[in-house]
Design a protein around this ligand. Structure first.
Ligand code: DGJ
Length: 715
């Protein structure tokens, strides 16, 4: 059993393969956190600090306050002045105090209402702790679902209003972790459209530091992934705690260092974009947050997270080879029609692509980004015989067919908006703000969901579509709903996401043979919530190989290559650039986005060879263990490899300004020292021992230069 309760100590212990997590019930009231780290049987007893100027319960030691306890969950107004996990108003004060009642340990997990959740397998166990707030009559259930072989524990909460009156949740942080030290660096991502996932690392300071989104999407600007590590931690050494959130909307990751030099980490919905009113007898499920611990640096944390995402978050279809797509966007933008795309499909087949993806521009009056969004029916000027006939022609060329949609949005210049202006998010009396000429549909309104399902059913119902690219090109402003009552308006951000997840789920069920690639202007929703529904995410609209090298290296810190959609875009007839772009793109799931009709035969035959080669090692990228050797954030080159059983795929990407002739010794720790490896690209052999000691790569210092070695051990 990975979860145990030690009765005489009132202690809960969770063991994973390499970690231990423990907390006690203190004063028959609090959940007092005692340990999270390397696996141990020596759990410290609670240490009750005595501090001044802090409140305590009558009957407790007068200087022993919840303000000094490391807690599993913390309640606003209950004597702990640090950032709280839960603020619950039954009476307008926000004050609540939930007291420990009971526990339950069981196999599997509980489902979350219209939210993505990590899939349990035969080994998954869950600890449920029930607490009661007597005054409001609410019951709070805290969950710890344990993925022991991956060193991952997930945390979520369910609140049941057992009282007679309604209550409002004003802040909800399903993961609270108090660590009794503050000598950490915090690692997180910031960025912007086209420059997502910049890695930042800084020592913690007293007070609160956070990353967040109040945009209604996890966003390009910050990402829900967060890590805390020793100041000296690197890829292989040092303690690292990794956190993430299985959610795609507004979020808050907050880290607070307190007066006693302890660190509180919280992951959740925050308070700025969230409130939720529960009537008597109603229940609320929070999204799920996850945590992992590595005693051996970032590399181990990354591999824990990668395996977890592949095995418990991504759909089963993501574990099969992903199609190599030819996408029309960068080649054609809105300028598409049937004859052009049939010609694309013919060429795509000849070159060896699996699939043609028709991007934006196929529906309604969609000739630019000013009109048509929401009108999900074919444009007869572009597809005179209708979509069905067009799709059949594409398939007759021998390639699969994918199509672009942006279900959550509407252009004011669309039939949908003209008929239903009240279906867009808006606040009474205020003109809604535009972004990319579009408004956001009120996904909290079941009528909107019903309409979208009906319309997509009508347009796609009988078509053999293999793939949907699900885009989302603006953030939520004027967040008001004509559907929800005024006391429910604070719920829109959350209900919006539930609506999106319901529609994604509907697509998965209604089109079981199609896969989904999600996207939000590139990597604006690169999160575990989206990863549950799609086989991959369009990583960034930026396909410049230098920028992509950095963006992809960052994404891989927290997310596996299987999630990362990487396209070779226009090489401008430059063969060196084509090779370079390819070697960058095989960091993840390969695709192309270029005008195949304008390409010379030489380029097409090189692309053919690239696709053939990629398919020979795609499994190693999709399912292999990732090892970073040199991060492009730090060095003038990037180096990493994937290891899968007897195969190693090593990539070195030179940056523009890298030093000519400099020699790099790259230690391939995952190599088997007793084997001999052959590079299947060149036929050159290397002993596993030498690979472990370090393979030498000389950087050329020339533009567009990259090295790729596909090493296979001899049986
Ligand atoms: C933004 C996406 O990131 C692009 O790849 C493309 O699909 C456009 N939207 C289409 O409008």
């Amino acid at each position: 059993m990975s979860i145990r309760y030690i009765k005489d100590k009132k202690r809960f212990i969770i063991n994973t393969q390499h970690t231990t997590y423990a907390f006690d019930v203190a004063y028959d009231h609090y959940l007092y956190h005692t340990y999270y780290g390397k696996k141990t049987s020596k759990i410290p007893d609670p240490h009750f600090h005595t501090i001044s100027f802090a409140p305590y319960l009558a009957g407790q030691h007068p200087r022993s306050s919840p303000d000094s306890f490391p807690l599993e969950v913390s309640f606003y107004g209950s004597g702990d002045f640090r950032p709280n996990s839960l603020r619950l108003s039954a009476d307008g004060t926000g004050v609540c105090d939930f007291v420990y009642q009971s526990y339950r340990i069981f196999k599997g997990r509980v489902a979350l209402d219209s939210l993505p959740a990590a899939r349990a397998d035969g080994d998954t166990q869950t600890l449920e702790i029930t607490l009661l707030d007597e005054v409001s009559g609410c019951r709070l259930k805290l969950y710890y679902t344990v993925f022991a072989d991956l060193d991952v524990i997930s945390r979520y909460m369910i609140l049941e209003n057992g009282g007679k009156d309604s209550v409002t949740i004003e802040k909800c942080m399903p993961l609270t972790l108090d660590l009794c030290r503050s000598d950490f660096d915090m690692v997180s991502f910031y960025g912007t459209y086209n420059q997502e996932l910049r890695l930042q690392r800084h020592p913690l300071h007293h007070g609160t530091q956070s990353v967040y989104s109040n945009r209604g999407a996890s966003s390009h600007q910050y990402n829900p992934f967060l890590a805390l590590c020793d100041h000296k931690a690197n890829e292989e050494r040092g303690e690292v705690y990794g956190f993430n959130f299985v959610y795609s909307g507004s979020f808050l990751d907050e880290v607070d260092v307190d007066q006693l030099n302890r660190t509180r980490v919280q992951v959740g919905l925050g308070s700025e974009c969230f409130s939720y009113t529960l009537g008597a007898g109603e229940t609320f499920s929070s999204p799920e947050a996850i945590m992992t611990y590595s005693a051996s640096g970032f590399g181990k944390m990354t591999r824990n997270l990668h395996r977890f995402v592949r095995d418990h978050i991504m759909p089963a279809s993501a574990l099969a080879p992903h199609p190599v797509v030819l996408n029309t966007w960068e080649a054609c933008y809105f300028n598409i029609d049937e004859e052009k795309l049939v010609a694309f499909a013919k060429e795509a087949k000849a070159v060896g692509f699996d699939m043609l993806v028709m991007d934006d521009g196929w529906f309604g009056a969609r000739n630019n980004d000013r009109a048509g969004l929401g009108d999900w029916f074919e444009n007869r000027a572009k597809f005179p015989a209708g979509l069905a006939s067009f799709v059949n022609r594409i398939k007759a060329e021998g390639v699969k067919f994918g199509i672009w949609i942006e279900p959550e949005m509407v252009n004011p210049d669309s039939d949908l908006y003209r008929h239903h202006p009240d279906w867009a998010l808006r606040v009474r009396g205020r003109e809604p703000l535009l972004s990319r000429n579009q408004l956001v549909l009120d996904m909290s309104n079941p009528e909107v969901l019903d309409y979208l399902m009906k319309q997509f059913e009508e347009t796609f119902g009988d078509l053999p579509i293999d793939y949907f690219k699900w885009d989302m090109n603006r953030h939520l402003s004027n967040v008001g709903s004509c559907y929800l009552a005024s006391n429910k308006q604070g719920e829109i951000f959350f209900r919006y996401m539930q609506g999106v997840y319901r529609l994604l789920e509907w697509f998965a069920i209604r089109f079981p043979n199609a896969v989904i690639e999600t996207c939000s202007g590139g990597g604006g929703r690169y999160d575990l919530g989206m990863m549950q529904y799609g086989i991959q995410i369009w990583t960034s609209d930026n396909t410049n190989p230098c920028d992509r090298t950095r963006i992809q290296a960052s994404a891989l810190v927290a997310y596996p290559a299987a999630t990362m959609s990487c396209h070779v875009s226009n090489p401008r007839d430059n063969l060196a650039s084509l090779d370079y772009r390819y070697k960058v793109a095989v960091g993840g799931m390969l695709g192309y986005e270029l005008n195949i009709l304008n390409m010379g035969d030489e380029i097409k035959s090189i692309m053919s060879e690239q696709i053939r080669e990629y398919k020979s090692f795609e499994h190693a990228i999709r399912l292999g263990d990732y090892y970073s050797l040199a991060s492009p954030e730090k060095y003038d080159y990037s180096a990493y490899y994937y290891a899968k059983e007897d195969e190693i795929l090593l990539t070195v990407i030179e940056k523009k300004d890298c030093q000519k002739g400099s020699t790099k010794r790259l230690k391939i720790k995952a190599a088997n020292p007793d084997a001999v490896y052959t590079d299947l690209r060149t036929g050159k052999t290397y002993s596993g021992h030498l690979l472990k000691e370090g393979i030498v790569i000389d950087l050329t210092g020339e533009a567009d230069s990259a090295h790729l070695l596909y090493l296979k051990a001899k049986a």
